[in-house]
Design a protein around this ligand. Structure first.
Ligand SMILES: *Cc1c(COP(=O)(O)O)cnc(C)c1O
Length: 420
């Protein structure tokens, strides 16, 4: 036996190791309300950390360009089978590096450069990759953006239909990063069918809710469904594409060789682990608990006098509208971070302020639900948020922030942070 003399991370790079430990502690001690974030399990984190990162595997199971696939092929095949089972999908591609590359692959598979695509505009809660002008999807495709109604801030299906009839898009995106209501997938499918467009559903934010039965599934209605695996789905950083069998070959070809090289096998393994976790009954409980927590928190915040975009939520997130008090979302979010409450400033529909310093705060419930908080805790969560906003609005006095930070840490101490 050769003695193991390889040094550990703390010996090789104490600087990076120390920063990583500090980030662990920060995630443990703060109230994490960023709607796109979560706590991946210890099992998911472990799967990303092994020797699979050393292996090249261009191609797909059984059709690879490299040798040594004895264990990579079964890992990817298991991930694919679990993804298909979890979402009742005809085909799954588990190789996209993240949500944005998954969306580019869907466009590459179904559209030609210059084709017209439609998506929810960024200020209305859509995502950059649905055709926003600075995104490759807005540069290489002719993007038409739909919005939400001015009066109730909900997606206006009449507008979607009239824009689709007028512009005859090749593909319509349905999906969001900041829309607090249920998406009507059958209505989108009917419009897409009427104008001969493909329907692509991007469930990056809500995939965990869909998997757990707490939001309707787009899979029966859409040609292609894309998602991240790390938001409410609670897996590793990555992407996933589901599609009808008719599009399977085009999607696979678009991911590799169209857009990517070798898949990240260590992430594929962790996706498989996350899909297994999501197939367990406890995940259904988690998904429904997220929505229950969001509804309960919305009521507390409304009770404290805040206006929420659309007046509440059906999913894992809500948007607090600070415009009646003419507050800067950016400044408030920054002070809240100093209070141990982590959320992000976000544009609200028809925002009077600039996107870099908008009027909204986006609040997401996935991470604290993974941590074990339930509806009875939302009163305290709401009080902490509301108190911190008042401290921030009054100038963000450091002593008052420190007091809230102490309350947050004390409140969270009994709840173990998964994976940390
Ligand atoms: C987060 C998100 C993405 C992009 O995912 P990344 O992994 O950050 O590239 C795509 N679409 C929507 C709707 C998202 O919310």
């Amino acid at each position: 036996m050769i003695a193991r003399t390889e040094p550990d991370l703390h010996e090789v790079d104490p600087e990076i190791e120390a920063l990583m430990r500090k980030e662990d502690a920060r995630q443990r001690d703060s109230l994490r309300l960023i709607a796109s974030e979560n706590y991946a399990s210890r099992a998911v984190l472990t799967a990303t950390a092994g020797s699979l990162t050393n292996k090249y595997a261009e191609g797909y199971p059984g059709k690879r360009y490299y040798e040594g696939m004895d264990f990579i092929d079964p890992i990817e095949s298991i991930a694919i089978a679990r993804a298909r089972q979890l979402f009742a999908a005809e085909h799954a591609n588990v190789q996209p590096y993240s949500g944005s590359p998954a969306n580019l692959a869907a466009l590459l598979a179904l559209c030609q450069p210059g084709d017209t695509i439609m998506g929810l505009s960024l200020p209305a809660g859509g995502h950059l990759t649905h055709g926003w002008k600075v995104s490759a999807t807005g540069i290489y495709y002719k993007a038409v953006q739909y919005g939400v109604r001015r009066d109730d801030n909900r997606i206006d299906m009449d507008e979607v239909r009239s824009l689709a009839r007028e512009h005859r898009p090749k593909l319509i995106w349905v999906g969001h990063s900041a829309y607090p209501r249920v998406l009507d997938f059958p209505a989108f499918a009917a419009i897409a069918q009427e104008v001969g467009a493909y329907l692509a559903a991007d469930i990056a934010h809500i995939a965990g809710l869909v998997a757990g039965g707490a939001h309707p599934s787009p899979v029966p209605h859409a040609d292609v469904v894309t998602t991240t695996t790390h938001k409410t789905l609670r897996g590793p950083r990555g992407g996933l594409i589901l599609c009808k069998a008719a599009h399977a070959a085009a999607i696979d070809k678009a991911v590799f060789p169209g857009l990517q090289g070798g898949p990240h096998n260590h992430v594929t393994a962790a996706k498989a682990v996350a899909f297994k976790e999501a197939l367990a009954p406890s995940f259904t409980t988690y998904a429904h608990q997220i929505v229950a927590n969001a509804r309960a928190l919305a009521e507390v915040l409304i009770g404290r006098g805040f206006r929420l975009v659309t007046g509440g939520t059906d999913n894992h997130l809500m948007l607090v509208d600070l415009s009646p008090r003419e507050l800067s979302g950016r400044k408030i979010a920054h002070v809240l971070n100093g209070c141990g409450i982590e959320l992000n400033a976000n544009s609200i529909p028809f925002d009077p302020r600039k996107p870099f310093d908008p009027s909204g705060l986006r609040v997401g419930l996935a991470a604290i639900t993974s941590r074990g908080l339930v509806t009875e805790h939302m009163g305290t969560v709401g009080e902490l948020i509301a108190d911190a906003i008042e401290v921030a609005a009054a100038g963000g006095d450091p002593a008052r922030c420190a007091a809230i930070r102490g309350r947050v840490a004390e409140f969270l101490a009994p709840f173990a942070a998964p994976g940390l």
